[in-house]
Design a binder for this molecule. Structure first.
Ligand code: CU
Length: 424
């Protein structure tokens, strides 16, 4: 009887929401970003407003790629889509009260991250009957990071496809963004790579579920050197583990350690229960036998609130083993000038002050950022993984405890800004 009443109430709701019985359908909507200019052998990162459906409905799927100004797809060997993140502006994020923009400033508004894609090309597909609710008046923003492998400037656009249910009541999902370096536009960490053969390096973060419900879909993001991303309910065990697949044609020149070409995702219409008050823990596991810089560990989960009484662990499928291509990131420009015994230098547009430096081990070296645009200090190759945040002002320092040759570059301007530090 109660079920009947509930069905009746639902029917009344649908009739009210869609007077005249609007035709229920799933539309395929294709949008294009504003043009993005990328300098030769450089990285473009930034934010844009993103066109979005101008009608009430629910997002049930998303995918994106990089196209030229004529709409032709651009392969990653030309312009690499490092990552794009879509967020709904003015709506609080589920796991983060404020997001630090590129350059270290807090974003001036709330934004709910609801989908992202990186080199692994995570395609969103929510199982029936779920959907991410969206209103005609909602505004979307897009954060992007693209890398140009050409010696010429490129102008590209992001083309994205939204599968969108209209005229139909979907069960609403909330996106849950779990990130071991959460609340940053550039949520990176560095794997030192000093653990020896077979060693692992882990980063973790956790989040307490404020409501009960079920996880119905998810995807994850790792960088080169990644082993897995696991999401566990600390009282029940693993709910989802994502594994990378490696391979494909690696772009030349090598401007970063290649990321996975795929990550295992899941969709589960029955849902994986999480109780209010349960702690969800994300663990990003990396190889620690060699350095991996500017690494990430992210999972995005789609959560449908509803009463649940218990939780259970899940074993995730492991893809057929693949081996990452072992690349050495070489400097694209030979550091110039006399070798200097200094313990600090400047970083400007577009050079390091002292490009060839010799120091004693144990020395703390300081970089002073004085550019109009942001730069960073990133290990290309050397004994220990290290990288600074991207900065336009302020200083960053690092204590060199292991002797060897550290070849460094700005990961945003790798063809222009290089430095070598010899640690005796
Ligand atoms: Cu730079």
């Amino acid at each position: 009887m109660r079920t009947l009443t509930r069905l009746f109430a639902l029917g009344a709701f649908v009739a009210l929401a869609f007077p005249g019985g609007a035709f229920a359908e799933i539309r395929t909507l294709v949008y294009t970003s504003a043009p993005i200019n990328i300098a030769p052998h450089a990285v473009a990162e930034g934010t844009q407003l993103a066109p979005s459906p101008q009608i009430d409905g629910s997002v049930v799927g998303m995918s994106a790629n990089v196209v030229d100004m004529l709409g032709n797809p651009i392969p990653p060997t030309d312009v690499m889509l490092h990552h794009i993140v879509f967020a709904k502006i003015g709506v609080p994020d589920t796991t983060c009260s404020g997001i630090e923009n590129y350059g270290g400033r807090m974003a001036p508004f709330q934004a709910q991250r609801f989908w992202a894609e990186g080199e692994e090309h995570f395609t969103l597909g929510l199982p029936d009957p779920y959907g991410y609710p969206n209103r005609a008046g909602d505004a979307w923003g897009m954060l992007y990071m693209l890398m140009n492998h050409h010696a010429l400037p490129s102008v590209v656009e992001i083309r994205y496809t939204v599968r969108y249910a209209v005229g139909e009541a979907r069960t609403p999902v909330t996106p849950i963004w779990l990130d071991v370096r959460n609340c940053r536009a550039d949520p990176v960490f560095n794997v030192p790579g000093t653990g020896g053969p077979g060693s692992r390096y882990r980063q973790r973060a956790s989040w307490v579920a404020p409501a009960s419900g079920v996880l119905v879909a998810g995807g994850a993001h790792l960088h080169g050197g990644g082993i897995s991303v696991d999401v566990a309910d600390t009282s029940c065990g693993s709910l989802y583990t994502s594994y990378p697949t490696w391979g494909g044609i690696e772009p030349r020149p090598v401007m970063h350690e290649p990321g996975p070409t795929a990550m295992t995702a899941f969709d589960d219409p029955a849902g994986r229960p999480v109780r209010a008050g349960d702690t969800l823990q994300i663990t990003a596991t990396y190889d620690n036998s060699r350095p991996h810089v500017r690494a990430m560990g992210i999972a995005i989960l789609y959560f449908a609130p509803r009463p649940v009484s218990s939780c259970a662990s899940h074993t995730s499928p492991v893809p057929a083993p693949t081996t990452p291509e072992r690349v050495t990131v070489a400097l694209l420009k030979r550091p110039a000038g006399p070798s200097r015994r200094v313990t600090s230098t400047w970083v400007g547009d577009y050079a390091f002050g002292a490009q060839r430096v010799t120091i004693k081990h144990g020395t703390r070296f300081t970089w002073r950022f004085i550019g109009r645009v942001a730069h960073d200090v990133t290990l290309a190759n050397g004994p220990v993984g290290l990288a600074s945040p991207s900065l336009a002002h302020g200083t960053w320092s690092y204590r060199f405890t292991r002797p060897g040759t550290y070849r460094l570059f700005c990961s945003l301007h790798p063809a222009l800004m290089t430095q070598v530090i010899r640690v005796r």
